[in-house]
Design a protein around this ligand. Structure first.
Ligand code: NAD
Length: 519
């Protein structure tokens, strides 16, 4: 879908979640204090009250006063001041790297605490949230190493001068993040932005603000100079918009829906400001007749149903070569039916609740619309009826068939545990269907023929291609989306560069006047 319907607005904020009767026991704890982090100061936000709901139980577990546009002004001013006062931008790379290493260690030491908080807030399984916390620690550590090894360039001169290409910090950058993998998306922006010598204002999502605030506490404890990091939860249209439009914010790094990304790109165009966009997807995952079926089925199930499908790179369009279609579909359906649905706190859970009841209802609505348009439900397609799952925002792993790639259900991002199955005949047919999408984020190819895999990896428009695997990530490998899936690149050794400005310097070596003046 266009991600419009996922875009936050007051009518769909956490405040209006459906709650189980009598489940209103508030219990703001040490990691859910009603405080936002503005320019190095913990303070109660003066914006609207956000109620955080555990999607596995419908219980309100904390409340938080949101930030306002005035907080954005204060955070940006503090960021500018902190960059100057702390000398952060001028600190030598190994000195900034030392702080990033300490932040990494602090995240690692608190990984269980972060994971529990994120599971409470998003419903994701503890296995996943622990992995996300560890990946955030690894991001800070990798970025510190990359920072220490970054080089400026002496470029080939065409005269008697030195010519150099150097990189400088931008100043204050804004990081606007989605709810699906909070700590990891925070780290992917905060680590390189700080490494580059900037201050960062983070705008976390209303549906999952808590781990971003905890990350700020850990950065503070690790000795990050005050003011370099602010964390301002609140509605995107208020706080995110104010961050993007602020005249002293020199770059926006955004991860979220395509429709929000497009709005931010307009703001960036007005300000002539760099922007990085990591947006939505509707990624094809392709099973050829020669594929190792066990490997392919396991990979496809993981690719779409892990994180309950709430993943930008979810392999949500499954193309199966006609010769093996019936057999593979049968195995996928059997596999999907056997997945264990449950709360993220249960170690046996494979499919947790969706992040919010409103989001679950959106996903259910899209499946209903597809059914009305003629889609055949091979499994799932409903809210589970088991009594143990009644309190949460659960949705069954769903496989739909009998659809055409041009149907809405095959073109729109669902961001839930819903796969569509499509047959194909040959490579040409497959490439045409796979590329018939506004998105270009990821692709999975399952085949024993590596020459074919290589051809397809080049022919399919996707920022990341997995061959006989799926959803594997290394922080050292760049990540980007093509078409409406994004603009610019994150991660990788050069990820820090995207938070810097390039400058060229020419320095005379001759000592002689330029002849033109005739002196
Ligand atoms: P979203 O676009 O609704 O919100 C993302 C962030 O933007 C939130 O912090 C939100 O408050 C803020 N925001 C919303 N409207 C805004 C506005 N007008 N101005 C400024 N900020 C605004 O997305 P979401 O529902 O939080 O996340 C799901 C989407 O994120 C999916 O489309 C998914 O594919 C995408 N995503 C992409 C990647 C990637 O790397 N490509 C990774 C994760 C998620």
């Amino acid at each position: 879908m266009s991600t419009d319907s996922l875009t936050e607005n007051p009518s769909r904020s956490a405040r209006e979640e459906t709650r189980a009767p009598g489940a209103a026991g508030l219990r703001n704890g040490p990691d859910t204090r009603d405080e936002i982090f503005v320019g190095g100061v913990w303070t109660r936000g003066s914006g609207a009250l956000i109620e955080s709901v555990n999607p596995a139980t419908a219980e309100v577990f904390a409340t938080l006063h949101a930030a306002t546009a005035a907080d954005v002004d204060a955070a940006v001013a503090a960021g500018l001041e902190a960059v100057k006062a702390s000398g952060w931008a001028r600190r030598l790379p190994h000195e900034r790297a030392a702080v990033l290493h300490r932040i990494s260690s602090a995240i690692e030491a608190n990984a269980d605490r972060i994971a529990e908080l994120q599971t409470l807030d998003t419903g994701k399984s503890l296995v996943e949230t622990k992995a996300l916390a560890m990946s955030a620690a690894a991001t800070f550590r990798f970025t510190a190493a990359a920072l220490e090894t970054m080089e400026d360039a002496l470029t080939p001169p065409r005269g008697n001068y030195l010519s150099m290409s150097t990189y400088e910090p931008i100043g204050v950058v804004g990081a606007i993040t989605p709810w699906n993998s909070p700590i990891a998306s925070d780290a992917q922006k905060v680590a390189p932005a700080l490494a580059a010598g900037n201050a960062v204002v983070v705008k976390p999502p209303v549906w999952a603000p808590w781990v971003s605030l905890l990350l700020a506490r850990l950065c503070e404890q690790a000795g990050l100079p005050a003011g370099l990091l602010s964390v301002l939860p609140g509605p995107g249209r208020v706080v995110g918009d104010a961050v993007a439009k602020h005249p002293d914010v020199g770059k926006i790094s955004f991860t979220g829906g395509t429709s929000t990304g497009r709005q931010l790109a307009h703001i960036a165009a007005e300000k002539i400001m760099p922007i990085t966009l990591e947006l939505g997807g509707k990624s094809p995952t392709v099973i050829f007749a020669d594929a190792d079926v066990d490997q392919a089925v396991a990979g496809v199930l993981y690719g779409i149903f892990s994180s309950s499908g709430q993943s930008c790179i979810a392999g949500s369009r499954v193309f199966i070569q006609r010769a093996v279609y019936d057999d593979v579909v049968e195995r996928l359906v059997k596999g999907a039916k056997s997945l264990r649905i449950g709360p993220g706190t249960d170690p046996a859970t494979q499919v947790g609740p969706l992040v919010a009841f409103a989001h679950r209802d959106t996903v259910a609505g899209m499946v209903e619309a597809a059914k009305s348009a003629g889609a055949q439900v091979l499994c799932g397609g409903a809210v589970p009826t088991e009594s143990r799952l009644q309190g949460g925002a659960f949705y069954e792993p769903t496989i739909l068939a009998g659809v055409s790639n041009s149907d809405a259900i095959c073109q729109q991002e669902i961001f839930g545990p819903v796969a569509v199955i499509l047959p194909f005949d040959d490579e040409a047919d497959l490439i045409a269907q796979a590329n018939d999408s506004v998105f270009g984020l990821a692709c999975g190819i399952w085949t024993a023929d590596y020459r074919r895999a290589w051809r397809l990896a080049r022919a399919i428009a996707a920022g990341t291609v997995w061959i006989n695997t799926y959803k594997q990530f290394s922080i050292s490998t760049p990540f980007s989306g093509l078409k409406e899936s994004g603009l610019g690149t994150e991660k990788g050794r050069d990820g820090i560069r995207s938070y810097m400005r390039q400058k060229s310097i020419y320095m005379d070596l001759s000592g002689a006047p330029i002849p033109w003046a005739g002196l």
